[in-house]
Design a protein around this ligand. Structure first.
Ligand code: DO4
Ligand code: MG
Length: 282
């Protein structure tokens, strides 16, 4: 099942998506739906099916969840670790160690709903960054204790030049206004049974022309999602309705740094298309 949120009667409302139409779940946000499903010990999809209006409507998807917290993993694809080792002014192999040798994955706090945007909304370029790039990632919506409630797409937009200058600057490169895009929908695990076989593409368009395109298959994800979640929850009571981004396997180089007006589109056919224009944020 595909779940998400729409604006309905002027309010953010959870919905089931079927054949491009939305069946709103009256007076319920995605966070409400998740909380209620856990209280009533029902699968999210089952509760949604019980509560959704019968008729589909042509509505636009908005951010599919306002996450309580967003966390992200890094160096989970060889491409990400290798490129960072080649580019950064750090000890040799700093990133390769996490990719190849370490049990413990890299994870970091990406923010809360405050820094998140949904389909069509602008993603941010910091005014003090010359090289900001999209990081297209598979993301999971987590229930209590780290159950995987569904999959969505994330753009872990990152100020690479700030990260490159010094690893201690990672939080400033990763967390700022509109640094994370999510959507367009959340696909439940009974529909998306194999998260390790997804073709993901990313395009950046400038003035309507494709100036960058990249692709990866999630079979290249080096760690199991359950293991990433297990590490994240160690001594860390992540609230239900939080999101974990699983890392990027698509690397955009400096010559394709985002400029205001560029449009980034991330696609996974099983989940949909997440498209956002870029803008300078203050
Ligand atoms: O270590 C820096 C961040 C890594 C990251 O965000 C990724 O690999 O996706
Ligand atoms: Mg990332």
């Amino acid at each position: 099942m595909k779940l998400g949120q729409v604006i309905w009667n002027g309010r953010i409302t959870a919905a089931i998506w079927e054949n491009g139409s939305a069946r709103p779940i009256p007076d319920t946000t995605m966070q409400d739906l998740i909380r209620r499903a856990e209280l009533e010990k029902l699968a999210l999809g089952e509760l949604a099916q019980r509560q959704a209006s019968k008729h589909g409507q042509k509505l636009m998807p908005v951010i599919p969840i306002h996450p309580r917290e967003v966390w992200a993993c890094g160096c989970t694809y060889e491409m990400s670790a290798a490129f960072r080792d080649a580019e950064h002014n750090t000890r040799e192999g700093f990133y390769a160690y996490v990719f190849n040798a370490a049990h413990r994955p890299e994870s970091f706090f990406k923010g809360t709903a405050r820094v998140c945007v949904g389909p069509g909304q602008p993603i941010g370029i910091r005014p003090d960054s010359r090289f900001t790039a999209p990081e297209p990632e598979l993301a999971v919506v987590m229930g209590s204790g780290g159950t995987v409630l569904g999959y969505t797409l994330a753009n872990d937009v990152s100020a690479w030049d700030i990260e490159k200058e010094n690893p201690l600057y990672l939080p400033q490169s990763k967390v700022y206004n509109a640094c994370c895009s999510l959507g367009p929908v959340i696909v439940t695990p009974d529909e998306l049974t194999n998260p390790y076989g997804l073709d993901m593409t990313c395009e950046i368009r400038r003035n309507g022309e494709v100036m960058y395109s990249g692709a990866v298959n999630t079979s290249k994800l080096s760690r199991k999602i359950e293991s990433l979640v297990e590490y994240l929850f160690r001594a860390n009571a992540i609230p239900t309705g939080s999101v974990l981004c699983t890392g990027t396997g698509i690397i955009v180089k400096e010559e394709n740094a985002l400029a205001p007006g560029d449009v980034v589109t991330i696609t996974v056919p099983e989940i949909g298309e997440l498209s956002n224009p870029a803008t300078i944020v203050n």
